[in-house]
Design a protein. Sequence first.
Length: 73
Amino acid sequence: MSLEIVTSPMQGILASLCVSVGDEVSEGDVLCLIEAMKMLTPLESTVSGKVKEIHTEEKKPVARDEKILVIEY
């Protein structure tokens, strides 16, 4: 098994988490929404696997390249 560390592509607010620890995800699934300048940007999975860790909470600020979650694949 390998780990995919999902990081924020931009500074903003984690508007919504679309997955929970233990969820199975497929490549292309939306993992969360990041709000920046009143626009929502979906963050999609690049791998198929299982969500192992979540490192932030909804409505909290995230920095560019900050770890949001980890997927085991």
